[in-house]
Design a protein around this ligand. Structure first.
Ligand code: ADP
Ligand code: MG
Length: 385
């Protein structure tokens, strides 16, 4: 849908013109999985898919929210009455941002706003459609109400909205990626001190493609698994006498593992410490311009998630195995696992054949047909008009 059409929909809904249109992307994580709650590194990139919002300020303290992508009508809220609503509808994402802005002392937003949303970020595929909504709304309000907020601070407030208002315990990666990524780069993010570095990553310039394969499944098993892995990692840190697993030096991993008697905890520690190191190795390859050198590191990361952390599933394992067998340079599941998406690094010339091989392998095993698209590293949140 064009920006003009989005604006037209806003006018039809609310009977006035929007003051502007803002966009914020979904993201995919290149490497560094389950490292964020261990104070470690992650390396997301922004997708070309975005949430776009047309927004106008109000003066009567009302917040009106509408998504053109779902059949839910306009949600009308009094800003003075906003309170966390875990398990509420889609509207809790944008409303949570308004709530978090107010809570942080940005009282100007109490005036109100009309918001109309359209998003091209696939939902529930682990590509962060939720952060895209939060960051697009947050940036729109920050611009319109001239709030003194830089991008990292905006990301923190959006995370606060999702954690406290929507009731989902996510880390800081998704919102930071959506707010701070730059085109042609991956974002090297230290989740301990939130320091960031833009690392050049432009697969197309080197005749490569990074494919996202969305399996379109989400196994119920994943529901309690996140909390269980988190608890296991905290237990590992306790047994090793470190604050977080981030504090275990990779070079000393064998010695540290030797101190652990619990096989489950040992596997979790080995995954987190080695995956954190893989983020550093990937950053080194990217700095050296050696994108093909990423392949084996990605595939190694998948094995660690599959065998040590055990958060993969049959569909994701098959995507990775069939892609690599068909000539991909490397592949791994991305995100929380138990379904969702995988990333596959391929020579551009081989992308069609690798995609066909993955689709065929899934079909033969009786799984759903995946959605496959190239993830060209795109720009972070911005004003569109
Ligand atoms: P992810 O962020 O990985 O896509 P989440 O479960 O965190 O998955 O967020 C998905 C939720 O975000 C949806 O259930 C819905 O409430 C909301 N959402 C995402 N995109 C839209 C949209 N276009 N319109 C309305 N709500 C949306
Ligand atoms: Mg999300």
């Amino acid at each position: 849908m064009s920006t003009t059409e989005l604006i037209g929909e806003f006018e039809e809904l609310y009977g006035c013109e929007p003051e502007g249109v803002w966009a914020a992307p979904g993201r995919v994580n290149l490497i560094g999985e389950y490292t964020d709650f261990n104070d470690g590194f992650v390396m997301p990139l922004a997708l070309p898919h975005t949430a776009r919002v047309a927004v106008a300020r109000r003066t009567d303290g009302l917040l009106r929210l509408h998504s053109g992508d779902i059949d839910a009508g306009v949600t009308e809220l009094r800003i003075a009455d906003l309170a966390p609503q875990p398990g509420g509808g889609w509207w809790t994402y944008p409303a949570g941002v308004v709530w978090a802005l107010l809570e942080a002392g940005h009282e100007a937003v109490a005036g109100g706003a009309d918001v109309h949303l359209r998003s091209t970020v696939p939902t529930g595929a682990g590509l962060s459609s939720s952060a895209a909504i939060e960051v697009s709304v947050g940036l729109a309000l920050a611009d319109l109400y001239e709030l003194p907020l830089d991008r990292p601070r905006l990301a923190l407030l959006c995370q606060r909205a999702e954690n406290a208002f929507v009731g989902v315990p996510t880390g800081i990666m998704d919102q930071t990626a959506s707010a701070c990524c730059e085109a042609g780069h991956a974002l090297h993010l230290d989740t301990r001190d939130l320091s960031r570095r833009q690392v050049p990553f432009d697969p197309a310039a080197q005749g490569l493609e990074l494919l996202v394969v969305d399996t379109r499944v989400q196994h119920a098993l994943g529901d309690g698994a996140y909390a269980e892995r988190r608890e296991g990692c905290e237990e590992g840190a306790r047994q090793l006498g470190v604050h977080r697993l981030r504090d275990v030096p990779y070079e000393e991993l064998p010695a540290f593992l030797g101190k652990l008697s619990d096989e489950r905890v040992l596997r979790y520690v080995r995954h987190v410490v080695s995956d954190n190191h893989r983020v550093t190795r990937v950053a080194e390859r990217l700095d050296a311009g050696d994108l093909r050198g990423l392949g084996p590191i990605l595939t190694e990361g998948h094995a660690s998630l599959r065998d040590d952390l055990r958060v993969s599933c049959a569909e994701l394992d098959l995507v990775v195995a069939s892609a690599v067998a068909a000539g991909a340079l490397g592949a791994r599941m991305t995100g929380g696992g138990f379904g969702g998406s995988a990333v596959v690094l391929v020579e551009s010339a081989a992308a069609t054949a690798v995609t066909a091989a993955v689709v065929a392998a899934l079909a033969e095993a009786g799984h759903q047909a995946p959605r496959v698209f190239p993830a060209s590293p795109s720009r972070g949140a911005h004003r569109v008009s």
